[in-house]
Write a protein that binds this ligand. Structure first.
Ligand code: GLA
Length: 656
């Protein structure tokens, strides 16, 4: 893996320090911050977060998949587009119209050009029996002021060719003609989609790397070319993470060449597998974090959980994608208005793409009121791009807080996951607002306002989510906690050694195998990734008995980047080994860099050592980097390290 800790990169401690001997540090560690070539912890001195593609806010629009699966046609898609315009949804931001699986008929022998199924997309029949083009279609979409999206697979074959074998719209022909995916045709297909056909957005699935196994019934019966799996669905350790990433990187490069103006969106659909949580942000604009959503409450919980604790990995231009909304179907149909609002509110709060996917032509007015709620849409589309952070977590109720702009306003969602009423006490402190000044809550569904000081009791109905905009006196009047601004943070290196599956994701009865399988064990890694306001393993932040309500939890050998666009003057943090660490034997050391220059550092801090307060003058600094160096041994567990009360403030010396 790319970010492997190397012995050469490790500063050599001569002696370990504990407690408050922080001042003696520089004498003890030599070299202080030596960065050897290839050291992943070396400060880059520039923002390394991805800047390619154009998804500065989460994509919004419509997708054909949950509405029609492969049984799409031009009338259905254009009908959805027209409804977006006619209802005013397009003006609210719902501009993306995405064709999913089912559009293709074959890859032409000879020149490899993809052929569109003109029986369902009549405008694509542009010339002769073999010549097809989506240009007339995308022209229509563009003329409506909308954007067009297309679907493909990173391997040779698409998901419908494994899972929708009854479909009338599967590719036809010889084995080679039915290989409609990108493998072997990346540049040709991307140029076709983006330069010739004029698409703006592409979703790239990954069944071609996972499901066409040598010797399988599927391959034999359907006469497909077999593919040794690069993604093994049941095993992250047997998945070739590097190879999967490289496949998507190849596409990203082709997209940049095809659209040098950056006007495209790349959606990675590897269902959270192949450790995409850690690299999706560097390669694409959004990446699925879980298996396909089904229209059931528990599937919604599962998908929500897969993205909700990844706040530090998302930000402007790159978003966690818990899948298309399932409003309109099953437990999110018109008879379940509470669940419909909850699903929508939760997606909005965690900066998920807002892609609705029911038959818009025939949808009820009540859905339009939900998806057209301008206040809820606005919090999802807030330019600062801070994903909501779960500030109170339980299997029953959660409180999610999202910073709007630079923190002048907050959005807060109170979410009842369960089927019984849930009593919730909202604290001003959950919002990082002062508990001695009034807090005003504006309910974004009822539009009613209330005010409280300190705390407020609210009983949530089963499955209910209330969403408020909250204003009050900020705890930090002259700055922000880093955990309030996840969208300004890039997790350059998170210190995880081996991808581990996240055990906290809700496990529903598997929709595909029922109880015949081992259960819906999430196959996406993320356990141990950097977290806002908790440790990487979901514990409260605490160093030598001192609890931190705010802060960033990381592992040793990690490097975070923080954008200082707002021009703060000082960074301060109380740093140390977290009391929850399993590895209590190894010391760690904290470093703060500004535009590549070392600004502050701690002593080597062992488990049990009190947290010294680091201060760094960051006036004029564009990118602050926070590095924790720890054990050099790959055999040792990473150390849980805490940047307690980490904050950026306007005036040097000002603080909490
Ligand atoms: C996969 C994806 C879905 C959809 C289908 C199409 O299952 O995860 O979102 O695109 O393929 O076949």
């Amino acid at each position: 893996m790319k970010h492997r800790w190397t012995e050469a990169a490790q500063p050599k401690p001569l002696k370990l320090l504990c407690g408050s001997l922080a001042a003696a540090v520089t004498l003890i560690f030599a070299p202080v911050h030596a960065a050897s070539p290839g050291d992943p912890l070396a400060a880059a001195g520039r923002w390394e977060g991805a800047t390619n593609g154009s998804a500065s806010t989460p994509p919004m629009g419509w997708s054909s998949w949950n509405a029609f699966r492969t049984e799409i046609d031009e009338a259905k898609v254009l009908g959805a587009a027209q409804t977006l315009v006619d209802t005013g949804l397009a003006k609210l931001g719902y501009r993306q119209v995405n064709i999913d699986d089912g559009w293709w008929v074959k890859r032409r022998t000879g020149d490899g050009r993809l052929q569109i199924r003109t029986g369902i997309f009549p405008s694509a029949a542009t010339g002769g029996p073999d010549e097809t083009s989506f240009k007339p279609f995308t022209d229509k979409i563009h003329a409506m002021g909308l954007k067009a999206g297309i679907y493909t697979d990173i391997g040779r074959n698409a998901c419908s060719q494994a899972y929708d074998l009854h479909s009338p719209n599967l590719p036809t022909g010889t084995t080679a003609e039915r290989e409609v995916g990108l493998e072997g045709f990346v540049t040709q297909d991307i140029n076709l989609y983006f330069k010739e056909w004029g698409f703006d957005y592409i979703k790239i699935d990954a069944c071609g790397l996972a499901d066409f196994l040598p010797g399988s019934d599927l391959v034999k019966k359907q006469n497909y070319r077999a593919q040794e799996p690069l993604i093994e669905r049941g095993s992250i350790n047997r998945t070739d993470i590097k190879a999967v990433r490289e496949r998507y990187e190849e596409v990203a490069a082709a997209l940049q060449a095809a659209r040098p103006g950056n006007d495209y969106v790349l959606s990675i659909c590897a269902w959270g597998m192949a450790n995409v949580r850690s690299w999706g942000k560097d390669v694409g604009n959004l990446w699925r974090t879980s298996a396909d959503i089904t229209p059931s409450w528990t599937s919604m919980l599962h998908n929500f959980d897969s993205a909700a604790k990844r706040a530090l990995y998302a930000g402007p231009g790159h978003w966690n994608d818990p899948d298309i909304l399932h409003i309109g179907h099953g437990e999110f149909d018109v008879a379940n208005p509470v669940e419909v609002r909850s699903h929508f509110s939760l997606w909005a709060m965690i900066n998920a793409p807002l892609l609705v996917s029911y038959d818009l032509r025939n949808g009820p007015a009540s859905f339009l009121e939900v998806i057209g709620n301008p206040d809820v849409v606005a919090l999802n589309q807030d330019k600062a791009g801070h994903q909501g952070v779960i500030t109170y977590d339980s299997d029953d109720a959660q409180i999610i807080v999202k910073t709007l702009g630079n923190g002048e306003r907050k959005a807060v969602a109170l979410f009842n996951r369960g089927a019984s009423p849930a009593p919730v006490t909202l604290l001003a402190g959950h919002l990082k607002l002062s508990d001695s000044a009034p807090v005003t809550l504006r309910d974004l569904w009822s539009k009613k306002s209330t005010t409280f000081t300190g705390e407020k009791e609210i009983v949530l109905a089963p499955h209910e989510t209330l969403v408020f905009e909250a204003t009050g006196k900020r705890q930090l009047e002259n700055g922000v906690y880093l955990s309030e601004i996840p969208g300004s943070i890039n997790v350059a290196v998170d210190g995880t050694r081996q991808p581990q599956l996240d055990p906290t994701v809700h496990r529903m009865i598997d929709p595909w195998s029922s109880t015949r399988s081992g259960g819906s064990r999430p196959q996406y890694a993320g356990w141990g990734g950097a977290q806002a306001d908790t440790t990487p393993y979901g514990q409260s932040l605490q160093v030598a008995g001192q609890v931190f309500e705010s802060g960033i939890g990381v592992l040793s050998n990690s490097r975070l980047q923080v954008k200082n666009d707002a021009g703060y003057a000082e960074l301060t943090a109380s740093v140390g080994v977290d009391d929850s660490t399993e590895n209590t034997r190894q010391p760690v050391r904290f470093y703060v860099y500004g535009d590549g220059k070392l600004l502050a550092e701690s002593a080597p801090l062992a488990f049990g050592a009190k947290a010294p307060r680091l201060k760094a003058n960051i006036r004029g600094v564009k990118v602050v980097e926070l590095v924790v160096r720890g054990t050099k041994s790959d055999d040792a567990l990473p150390v849980v390290a805490t940047w307690g009360d980490a904050q950026l403030t306007r005036a040097a010396g000002a603080g909490i």
